[in-house]
Design a protein around this ligand. Sequence first.
Ligand code: SAH
Ligand code: SF4
Ligand code: F3S
Length: 443
Amino acid sequence: MNTSALKIFIGTYGCQMNERDSEMIAAQLQQIGHAIVDREEAADVVILNTCSVRRQSEIKALGKSSHLAKRKRNDPNFRIGIVGCMAESLGAEIFRLNPAIDFVIGPRRLHELPAILSDDGRRMLTGESNAESVQHDFNRRLGKSKCTAFLSIMSGCNMRCSYCIVPRTRGREVYRPMADIIGEAEFLAANGTKEITLLGQIVNNYGGRSATGNGGTSPFVSLLEKLNEIDGIERIRYLSPHPAYFTDDLIMAHKNLEKLCPSVHLPIQSGSNRVLRDMGRAYGREDVLRIVEKLRANVDGIGISTDIIVGYVGETDDEFRETLSLFDDAGFNMAFVFKYSPRPGTRSAEMCDSVSEAEKDSRNAVLLLRVAEASGRYNHRYVGKTVSVLVEGHAKRGGHIMCGRTGTHVKVLFPASAGDIGKILPVRIVGSAMAVLYGAVCE
Ligand code: SAH
Ligand code: SF4
Ligand code: F3S
């Protein structure tokens, strides 16, 4: 049994859920007296919070862990833990791949990390926790206060998209009670947070029902309405909505709720109805077009971005061209593009990964160019305009250059002081590039 205070470094891979989980792990470990350090060289324990969504995501974390194993040869007290989605999907295989690993903990068992740390032996915790409520208590804990914060409203995913490993790593949907979420948002607001981003794999299926067609208010929109009332919260965002659950009341919420940002990240995956059907996505390209048209009709200048997979099983040239045309016709201003990666245990992994790597590379390059052009065009429209920017922190280039975002989620760089962090300021845009705007704060 080891109860001494430890210096712990947490490395995070993957999506915003992992970022949020890492914040929670950090808060939890600090609460019991451990220190979180920002350099892995200074740590007694390195925890890698990993992702399995593509093979490449796993390779990154496995590469890092074998690098860390070298240090362990000289320092046997040094410990390495793999947590998160890859811990769940590979399980004990991780110990075989890298015998230097001390513990493996899946996303639904992270609240058990303190107990594992006080134990010296090799440990593995995966699968469901027997205490579901613990997960919710765990969710309520808070990391250090920041002007923007992720707020997890549900975990898991009940969809079974053919290519996706997430339902296997994060399990069935569990919704946090609304009162818990409101409580956390109020707590965040009282601690200086101005912008919250609600997180869920299908965030708009919060509560498990959709109000499609009956004109009612979906649980997700009810939640947005309540969050919109909280003093101190100025901006609300959410990630990721699923097109099949993008109800009219959500579209109208963008018009009616002043704090809900004019920005939607709507993953489409493909523009081919044949591919979408095979993926099990439960919508077609016409649905995507209908949603974006309605959003644009109700919210002036709304930014709409997406995720796209290229080279899915059996994707033909023509089907890829349909993706290009849907990207253009929907007028997305940004997209994350992924080359299809077969994931063990998924339905599509049993089919032949028929598109060659060279073809995936070439489709990826064609689409990325299209995305760059669209982003450049969209961003250029801001030049000469004044926009509200939440000042989030220092830009990477340092000095007096600060970094923030427009309501539409475009990054803006401008001279300002550290005292402006957390303020929403009017910024006049003087220049634009593919991924960023340049501006000056209006006097
Ligand atoms: N729940 C979200 C997506 C979560 S995974 C949704 O349904 O929209 C994030 C993104 O990773 C997906 O949108 C998809 O574009 C990509 N992705 C997931 N599995 C993948 C795979 N096997 N190969 C390539 N990209 C994948
Ligand atoms: Fe994966 Fe589909 Fe669930 Fe998104 S909706 S997490 S892509 S299974
Ligand atoms: Fe996120 Fe990767 Fe898991 S995308 S949910 S960390 S598999």
